[in-house]
Write a protein that binds this ligand. Structure first.
Ligand code: 26V
Length: 825
């Protein structure tokens, strides 16, 4: 068939019909028989989930094909988002809302004796990410699809996503997450979309006919990357962004000879080794582990993606000269940094470009987002490892570095120390600095919140910023209101729509129209009733997962995020213990009853983070069982915090804890989700908290603690945490109870390491310095909470001013300032 005939065939293919309850029912039965292969009269809830997903996927496929064809026909400039992580969560409800068929489908299922709410529980969370960085990537694809940007995501189809966390004896225990056990109903397997990815081997050099030295990478060990496509629909846009995830396959599968050589068992053994590449997501998001498998994963993903991008470019364009015109690539942190030398390698070794021309093209294609300033999270790879695994890339990195250091010499004459600071190579440690490679190889580099970008320019990339100031820009993070309000908090979404119309769903700035309603007592009552119902639901989850009872008339105070010392869950615990002491000692008569909930995973090898989880559980045991405080304080650690848990916890929270040491949390995005759902924030002047404060106003947020500048000065000028302990009795009591075995009489020394980090280990994250300010600010929170009218007024003002924190705003800003891409009609 020629192309026009194909087009006609696609247009006449029987369409999925979701326009009526009856049509949905007919097709659900049909998919149950033809796709799931089960008799509808005997189908389980999981069977119904799969039949429904097949039906929805069919519609998404139609929309995707139309989107792709329009982009192809328009020869649109495309943006490729390269991310090792996508923290999607569940998709069913999201897709139903995007397609505008949620209520109709719910009704169809009800007619058939099923419940949408019940069957959606059978979907596994797609947890192909650690935390903020992966969730951000998911929000960004949603916004690109909603607004019709020609976006395309690349990632890895990990067989095991983020581990499942269980709490046993108060401690975190990791279990593998087998999310693919029943198959992923959303993906399209593409056995024909495959690329070889090469590793190891050696370099040979020879002179060609024109006398130039040519380098060849030979004797490599190869793995095949095979594609799986996941459609990401926009909201009401009919547009779909493709997320292409790579899975590793042994080349042996494609090489029958190998099996015929007789060593069948060895052949199969080799196969499992190469297929390990896409086996598991690395579950540590800050501490670096210089593991070869991780390096190989990063390269595997980058190489397949670039080969695919070039193949797509070649469908329309004969030459790669036009690559920077048609393609822009966003590097989500340094994890895909090998894309820079990989594109160089492809241009030079496969397409005959000379170094300079290849470098000019490469630097026009890439952009890089930095997501953390923590030194321990900045990726570097040992030179020796690169030499063994990717010798050609190391060779090109040296050449890039040589060329770059010439520019540095020119820009900063007579300053040899600048050369060694800016070099891509850390000579002392014999390592390659991946962030430097990204900066040098990119056209734009962005931070993820105003403060973060400032700090990035002033510290980690200060020299680079002096050399190329226009390269560095800010794009503050955002979250998609389709998942974090429409789907996660339908009652509030409906109330808002009733009040101001539906515009907010694709233009969050419209929420501003809610602001006058903060003074409307009838509106406030409805808003409060919704919060109460959401708290009830949250309390149910706490009961199911911990056995603890928390009551909706308590203040629900929540901290959910990865467990990390810089995020200071321990500061929260110090407040909880202080509160407990007040209550025990009769100083708490007029205190507001509080339920303090924690949730978050610790990296499996992160001793201190795991110890803090255990402390929270020990503290919870003692406080929750102390009858003397008469249910005025409860503490819970909710196991296995993930996207689906967040969808219940966030709408049911009154007080959002965003208490990182100023200057450490790049942006935070949970802070935005909470405020969007009418929680008030207690937080430091860190990351996007600062911008949230500017948006909602000082009276509608609780700010405490040292500023980033103050923390910086104290670090430089000598900080003495012990002085706070010596002079603050409440703080001393709390620390002594932790260290003295008050919460763990069975093993009283358990928490000595916590006291040591605070008192003798330098208290790296300034808990002691911020304690008093935090305690006082928590008291102010209670004073406001005591006046529920005042509280609800502030909560509504928060919602009304969250317009700037939509991922739509972020994406429009990337599109305009960084990518230079336009929506395709
Ligand atoms: C780092 C590493 C290091 C090597 C092993 C695997 C791994 C995986 C992830 C990371 C990234 C850590 C950086 C990160 O997640 N940053 C968070 O990004 C959010 C989105 O921009 C931001 O809101 C958070 O403040 C920031 O901590």
């Amino acid at each position: 068939m020629d192309q026009t005939a194909n087009q006609a065939a696609a247009a006449t293919a029987p369409a999925i019909d979701l326009s009526s309850v009856e049509a949905i029912k007919d097709q659900l039965r049909s998919f149950m028989v033809h796709s799931v292969g089960v008799d509808p009269d005997f189908a389980s809830q999981r069977d119904w989930l799969y039949a429904l997903a097949q039906l929805v996927r069919g519609r998404l496929s139609e929309e995707y094909l139309a989107t792709a064809r329009a982009q192809y026909d328009a020869d649109a400039r495309r943006v490729y988002y390269l991310s090792m992580e996508y923290l999607t969560g569940r998709s069913l409800l999201k897709h139903l809302y995007d397609l505008g068929v949620h209520d109709r489908v719910a009704e169809a299922l009800k007619d058939m004796g099923q419940s949408l709410e019940a069957i959606q529980e059978f979907e596994y969370d797609a947890a192909l990410g650690n935390g903020g960085l992966g969730r951000l990537a998911a929000c960004y694809l949603d916004s690109m699809a909603t607004h019709g940007y020609p976006g395309f995501g690349y990632g890895i189809r990990y067989e095991f996503g983020m581990f499942t966390q269980r709490v046993e004896g108060g401690q975190q225990v990791e279990h593998p997450e087998t999310w693919l056990r029943y198959g992923n109903p959303w993906e399209f397997e593409r056995p024909n979309v495959i690329y070889p990815v090469r590793f190891r081997g050696r370099l040979t050099h020879f002179k060609n006919e024109t006398g130039e030295t040519v380098t060849q990478w030979v004797d490599t060990t190869d793995v095949i990357a095979m594609a799986y496509d996941v459609p990401v629909p926009g909201y009401g846009s009919g547009k779909v962004v493709k997320l292409r995830l790579w899975s590793a396959r042994a080349t042996r599968d494609f090489d029958l000879r190998y099996f015929n050589e007789g060593n069948y068992i060895d052949a199969v053994k080799d196969k499992t080794i190469s297929e390990n590449l896409s086996k598991v997501l690395y579950p540590m998001d800050t501490t670096l582990m210089g593991q070869e498998l991780r390096l190989m994963q990063e390269y595997f993903f980058v190489s397949a993606s670039l080969q695919d991008i070039i193949a797509r470019h070649h469908r329309k364009h004969a030459s790669l000269d036009t690559l920077p015109e048609k393609v822009t690539i966003q590097l989500n942190d340094t994890h895909p940094s090998l894309a820079v030398p990989e594109l160089m390698r492809l241009l030079i070794d496969h397409y005959d470009y000379d170094f300079q021309k290849a470098w000019d093209l490469t630097r026009e294609v890439f952009n890089y987002t930095n997501h953390t300033l923590l030194p321990e999270a900045l990726e570097t790879w040992p030179i020796a490892m690169l030499e063994a695994v990717l010798p050609r890339h190391l060779d090109l990195i040296y050449k890039i570095n040589f060329d770059f250091l010439q520019q540095v010499k020119y820009a900063f004459p007579g300053q040899p120390d600048v050369l060694s600071r800016m070099s891509l190579i850390d000579d002392a440690g014999r390592r390659v600095r991946m962030a430097h490679l990204c900066v040098v190889g990119s056209r734009r580099v962005n931070g993820v919140a105003a403060l973060h970008t400032d700090l990035m320019r002033a510290h980690v990339f200060a020299d680079f910023n002096r050399m190329e100031p226009d390269k560095f820009v800010n794009v503050t993070n955002g979250v998609t209101q389709r998942r974090w309000l429409l789907q996660a908090n339908r009652p509030l979404a409906d109330l808002i729509t009733e009040a101001i119309g539906e515009g907010w769903k694709t233009d969050l700035s419209r929420l501003k129209d809610l602001e006058p309603l903060a003074d409307d007592s009838a509106f406030r009552e409805r808003f409060a009733a919704i919060k109460r119902a959401n708290k009830q639901r949250f309390a149910g989850m706490v009961r199911d997962r911990t056995g603890f009872e928390i009551a909706p008339d308590m203040m629900f105070d929540t901290q959910i995020k990865r467990m990390h010392e810089y995020k200071r869950q321990l500061l929260n615990v110090l407040h909880v213990i202080t509160l407990y002491n007040d209550l025990r000692n009769g100083r708490g008569g007029d205190r507001i009853p509080r339920a303090v909930t924690f949730g978050g995973k610790a990296a499996p090898g992160y001793f201190m983070a795991k110890l803090i989880i255990r402390l929270i559980n020990d503290v919870a045991m003692v406080i929750n069982h102390d009858r003397s405080i008469r249910d005025r304080l409860k503490v819970a650690f909710v196991p296995n915090y993930n996207v689906s848990a967040a969808e219940i916890i966030i709408p049911g929270t009154d007080l959002s804890e965003q208490i990182s040491t100023a200057g450490t949390e790049a942006s935070g995005t949970g802070n935005m989700k909470f405020a969007l759902n009418g929680a008030l924030t207690i937080g430091t002047l860190d990351g996007a908290n600062i911008e949230i404060k500017n948006a909602v106003g000082d009276d509608n947020i609780f700010i405490f603690g040292k500023t980033a500048d103050e923390v910086g000065d104290m670090r430089a000028g000598g900080y003495h945490p012990r002085e706070y302990y010596d002079t603050n009795e409440a703080l001393r009591n709390a620390v002594d109870m932790i260290a003295g075995g008050f919460f763990n009489a069975d093993d009283p020394d358990r928490y000595l390491p916590i006291r040591d980090t605070l008192l003798s280990g330098g208290d790296h994250f300034f808990l002691m310095a911020d304690y008093q300010s935090y305690i006082e600010t928590q008291a102010q929170v209670e004073a406001v909470y005591a006046d529920q009218d005042a509280w609800m007024r502030k909560a509504i003002v928060n919602v009304a001013n969250m317009g700037g924190f939509s991922s739509d705003r972020s994406i429009h800003s990337y599109a305009k300032d960084i990518w230079r891409v336009q929506p395709v009609a």
